[in-house]
Ligand binder design. Structure first.
Ligand SMILES: [Zn+2]
Length: 360
C-alpha cells in the first residue's frame, strides 16, 4: 500500500530541495553520467518511438505494491525535472536519467517508486516511470496512482520532461515526443486535449517552468490536430471574500464534496474563505483563501448518472431541477439540454467544460 501523505508532491513555491538534490544527482560529478559521454548531435527525433519499460532501463523493484485503479485517468499533467539542460541526447542517457529519478524518488523522497508515469529525455526518448504505467495505458481502462501532483494523483497521468524550462523551450525532439505521447494517451484513455495541464495549474510550484507552461496552448492544439476536439483550455473566475451569487454557491457545494460543511448560501463569507484555505492546504495549492484556477481545477469532479453528493447538488441547483444530490434520469436530461444549449458535447456527463458553463 502506498502512503499518500509521504507521496504528496513537493509543495514549496520553488522546490529548492528537489531542485538542488536532483541537480546534484544528475549534474556534473554524478558517476552515472560518465557512462554516457557520447553525445548525439542530430536534433532529429529518435526513430525509436517505443516507450522503454521499466525492465528495459533497469528499474529497481518498487518498495510496495503499486496501486492500480479500475478507471481511466481524465487528464494529463506536464512537468519539468528542474535538472540541467544537458547535451547528452542518447538513449543510454535517457535510461540513466530514469534510474537516477527513481533513486531520488525512492531514497530521498521516500516514495515507493518513481513518482511520474512517463519521462521524456532532452534527446526525445520516452521511458516508463512508475511500474505498470505502460500496461495500464495498453489496457485503456486502468490508472496507476502516481506521485507527481498533489490532489490529482488518482486522476491524472504525469509526464516529466528532462530539463529546466523557466527561460528556454524544450528541444524540438523532446517536444515532438511529448505531443506524440499526449496524443497516444488521449486516444487510449479518451482524454480531451483541453485536459492537458501544467503542474502549476494545481500546486504551489513553478513547474513546468514559464516557457514550457506557455507552450501548453500549442501542445493542446497539436494534440487536438491528431485526435480531434476543441483544444481551448478552461479558465476560471476569481472569487473572493465579499462575493455573492450562484458561482459562490457552486464553489460551496464543491468544497462540501471535499469534506467541508458549509451552508450553500452563495455568500463568500469568513466560513467559505476558511474552507477555501483548508482545501488549498490539503491539495498543495497556493493558500490564499481566493478561489481561482488552482482551486477550481482541484475542486471540480466529473459527475454523471448514478453519482451522489454535494457536487451533484451544485449541478441540480444551477439547472433548476430537484436538489436531492442524486444524479438520476431527470438530472441527466437537464444536463444534456444545458449542454446542447451551450454548444457542449451532449453526453449528459458533467466534465470540466460543463462545470465552467454552469458558473456563467
Ligand atoms: Zn512538477
Amino acid at each position: 500500500m502506498s502512503d499518500p501523505s509521504r507521496e504528496s508532491a513537493p509543495r514549496s513555491t520553488t522546490d529548492p530541495s528537489r531542485r538542488s538534490l536532483l541537480g546534484a544527482a544528475l549534474g556534473g560529478g554524478a558517476g552515472l553520467l560518465l557512462l554516457d559521454r557520447r553525445t548525439a548531435t542530430a536534433a532529429a527525433v529518435p526513430r525509436d518511438s517505443a516507450i522503454a519499460d521499466t525492465a528495459t532501463w533497469g528499474a529497481r523493484d518498487p518498495r510496495a505494491t503499486i496501486d492500480v485503479l479500475d478507471h481511466a485517468p481524465s487528464k494529463i499533467v506536464v512537468h519539468h525535472t528542474a535538472t540541467p539542460n544537458g547535451t547528452d541526447y542518447s538513449r543510454a542517457h535517457a535510461f540513466a536519467l530514469a534510474r537516477s529519478v527513481q533513486d531520488h524518488h525512492m531514497d530521498v523522497n521516500g516514495w515507493i517508486d518513481t513518482g511520474q508515469h512517463f519521462t521524456i529525455s532532452r534527446g526525445g526518448y520516452a521511458t516508463e516511470g512508475r511500474h505498470n504505467s505502460l500496461a495500464a495505458v495498453r489496457d485503456g481502462s486502468r490508472h496507476v496512482v502516481g506521485a507527481h501532483t498533489a490532489g490529482q494523483n488518482r486522476l491524472a497521468v504525469g509526464i516529466e520532461n528532462e530539463g529546466t524550462y523557466d527561460e528556454l523551450d524544450p528541444r524540438d525532439a523532446q517536444y515532438t515526443r511529448l505531443v506524440e505521447l499526449c496524443a497516444r494517451l488521449c486516444r487510449r484513455y479518451d482524454i480531451a486535449p483541453h485536459e492537458i495541464y501544467g503542474h502549476r495549474d494545481f500546486n504551489a510550484t513553478d513547474c513546468p517552468g514559464d516557457r514550457l507552461h506557455a507552450l501548453l496552448g500549442r501542445l493542446r492544439s497539436d494534440v487536438a490536430a491528431e485526435v480531434g476536439g476543441d483544444p481551448t483550455g478552461v479558465s476560471w473566475p476569481l472569487l473572493r471574500s465579499g462575493d455573492a451569487g450562484d458561482p459562490v454557491r457552486v464553489l460551496q457545494y464543491l468544497l462540501n464534496e471535499h469534506g467541508a460543511s458549509l451552508t450553500a448560501d452563495g455568500v463568500y463569507g469568513p466560513a467559505t474563505e476558511s474552507a477555501v484555505g483548508d482545501f488549498q492546504r490539503s491539495t498543495g495549492a497556493v493558500v490564499d483563501g481566493l478561489a481561482g484556477n488552482q482551486t477550481w481545477n482541484q475542486a471540480v469532479r466529473e459527475r454523471g448518472s448514478g453519482d451522489r453528493g454535494p457536487a451533484v447538488r451544485a449541478v441540480q441547483h444551477r439547472l433548476g431541477t430537484a436538489v436531492d444530490g442524486i444524479f438520476g434520469p431527470n438530472t441527466a436530461t437537464a444536463v444534456r439540454s444545458f449542454q446542447a444549449d451551450r454548444g457542449i458535447t451532449t453526453d449528459g456527463v458533467v466534465r470540466v467544460r460543463t462545470w465552467r458553463a454552469l458558473l456563467r
